[in-house]
Design a protein around this ligand. Sequence first.
Ligand SMILES: C=C(O[C@@H]1C=C(C(=O)O)C=C[C@H]1O)C(=O)O
Length: 366
Amino acid sequence: MDTLADYRPGDFYFGTSRRTILGRGAKRTFTDSDVTALSEAVPAALEPGSLAVGVLPFDTAVAPGHLVLPETVRIAGPVQPAHRLPVGAPSAVRAVPEPVRHAEAVASAIKILKDGGLRKVVLARALDVDFDGGVSVEAILHNLAADKAGSYTYAAGLPSGRNLVGATPELLLSRVGGQVVSHPHAGSAPRSADPVTDRENAETLASSRKDHIEHAVLTEAIVETLRPFCRSLDVPREPSLVSTPTMWHLGTVVTGELVDRDVTALHLAAALHPTPAICGTPTEAARQLVGELEPFDRGYYAGAVGWMNSEGDGEWAVSIRCAEVAERSLRLYAGGGIVPASDPKAELDETSAKFQTLLRAMGLEL
Ligand SMILES: C=C(O[C@@H]1C=C(C(=O)O)C=C[C@H]1O)C(=O)O
């Protein structure tokens, strides 16, 4: 039973090293800008043994949360295809905004951060890619799985009829019984094909004060949000180096024991989102600055993607390293955390490195 080979646009797919989930069709659809309402309505509608799957946007003022109870759900073992599939023929690529404009936005953010009030803001940019014929979401998903591009390989149908597809390293929240886990990532460096440079990049990241500050702001926020829900929380004192085929990151595995098992995975994911990994601190001021400095809406980039069962268990990953795919075009997104010690050129390079996850899967070298 190959869930990946059976994936079709419009389906929901979520693959990890432990399992793959394929959801097709919709017995019921929940589309709501009030995520708290969603996190109450969805569990109430789940029959024993069934799953809800879907996406949360970056900002519910712009796009609604969208969950479905699929007509069919298939859960199978992990897959890692050996070959690659052709994605389509790109005819044009446009940066939104122009790279130099992104660096300017970062410079403005740094100035605002230095003036005080904000500790961190995450700024993103996009690449729009046109295709001569159609573009195959199936092939992008398949190639991301073949590349082992991230711990969570995903695709989800959106209310617009488009598809979100990506492979993220970052776990927002998982719940199994009373056990919750979050694996926030912040602090980044590119991988290199040269092993010596690759190791140097990792070591520079591991000892970078700027990246540790960026990371600490994030871990603090995760811990602060989870603490009231947990009787115990385990938080390593120092982050660890984690990697994807294209990026090094600093990551911290936070684990906790829930006080109340009625608190579902979706409820916790909604409470955590948007974390300072993809928005900033304080949240509201950062979200406003993102809106002022980015010349596009993020849609379902920097939101969450995942599933929950009738017990309230589930997994929600941070929807980064992704593209929103239309029939003959797609938009890729990449962002990075800005703190007062950030450098605009380095931040621009970081977004270019983060685009590589999807560009590789599309067979594009930029
Ligand atoms: C925002 C993105 O990535 C996030 C930002 C990171 C950073 O600023 O160092 C690292 C990992 C992610 O939490 C992205 O990939 O678009």
